[in-house]
Design a protein. Structure first.
Length: 328
């Protein structure tokens, strides 16, 4: 969705529904009440095909306050084609996800747990033949083509093919063979000779470039919501996350209808809420205090207290006053 207005300046407001999580922060702070939050739960569950936020084009002043407060880049405002977020006088978010490429080993754990599919890891593995060195030879005169070696090979490196009546051929794919000697030990005719240099002669030096795992971690800044799952699971401490908000979240004293509801769990963009034994449990390590869960809880049983937002360079007193309403 785009709203554009021409005058002394060309101002545009772009709303990216794919980045929106339905937190309603932009709605809460809009000075002209031009934004409206839709039914978050049905939209999140896929029951309604509509955007979380709608904008009244007639009353929107295109001031950019909603874009400044949106930590998830769902709202963007531009003046004469220039993104306001890149202007020197515009507020700046300091939340981030930083990756130390030198420490990353491309294990893909972060890619697996990311709730927004914002991480892609590509890697190139070394060739097996460069890591395991050995020899294997099959004496086809002694081989009876029983197929034991083919069935036993853990690497599926041995293949027996019928080439004619009572005629067979046997082959070994040395790119797959790990010289484990299983085929040699299983052969009933001792028709296989094999040796593993690593086993027979102990450790041997390899060219480091041949056994290193190389790759690249690609982080989509547009989709990343700084939930911290990647930082938490990284075994090499290669990821550092600064969340947009600081504070705490708690469940109140009202009876939770978790068994029949699951609303908070369904809408949480961070996978930080789970319903256990009929009660909602929040993992504060992965919660970003966005507030979408409070929007849908029918019991109003979830309380969020933000004591700080990592948004600086707010030069307008009126904007600073409005933004301060998001924290206590």
């Amino acid at each position: 969705m785009r709203i554009e207005r021409n005058g002394d300046q060309v101002r545009c407001l772009d709303y990216n529904s794919e980045n929106c999580i339905g937190c309603g922060i932009c709605v809460d702070i809009c000075p002209t009440n031009s934004l409206k939050l839709g039914p978050v739960l049905p939209i999140a569950r896929g029951l309604l095909k509509m955007d979380y936020v709608s904008v009244n084009e007639d009353t929107c002043a295109l001031c950019g306050l909603c874009a400044s407060a949106c930590a998830f880049k769902a709202m963007k405002c531009s003046i004469n084609g220039e993104d306001m977020a890149k202007m020197e006088v515009y507020p700046k978010w300091s939340h981030e996800t930083a990756v130390n490429d030198d420490a990353c080993v491309y294990c893909r754990k972060c890619e697996t747990v990311c709730p927004r599919d914002a991480i892609t890891v590509t890697r190139t593995l070394p060739k097996r033949a460069d890591l395991v060195i050995g020899e294997i030879e099959i004496n086809e005169d002694e081989c009876i083509n029983c197929g034991v070696c083919e069935e036993m090979c853990p690497a599926e490196a041995i293949k027996i093919k019928e080439t004619g009546k009572n005629s067979y051929s046997i082959s070994v794919d040395e790119d797959k063979c790990v010289y484990c000697l299983v085929c040699k030990r299983a052969c009933p005719e001792n028709a296989i000779k094999a040796a593993c240099r690593l086993c027979s002669y102990g450790e041997y030096e390899l060219d480091p470039e041949k056994y290193s795992v190389t790759g690249k971690l690609i982080l989509d800044e547009e989709d990343c919501i700084k939930c911290g799952w990647c930082e938490d699971i990284c075994p090499k401490e290669a990821v550092t996350v600064i969340k947009p908000f600081e504070g705490e979240i708690s469940t109140g004293n009202t009876e939770c209808k978790g068994d029949s509801c699951h609303a908070c769990q369904d809408v949480c963009p961070c996978n930080a809420i789970t319903v256990v034994d009929g009660k909602a449990q929040v993992n504060p390590d992965h919660c970003i205090l966005c507030g979408v869960c409070t929007n849908v809880c029918p019991q109003q049983n979830i309380v969020i207290k933000r004591n700080n937002m990592n948004l600086g360079n707010v030069r307008s007193k009126s904007w600073d006053k409005i933004l301060s309403n998001l924290t206590e």
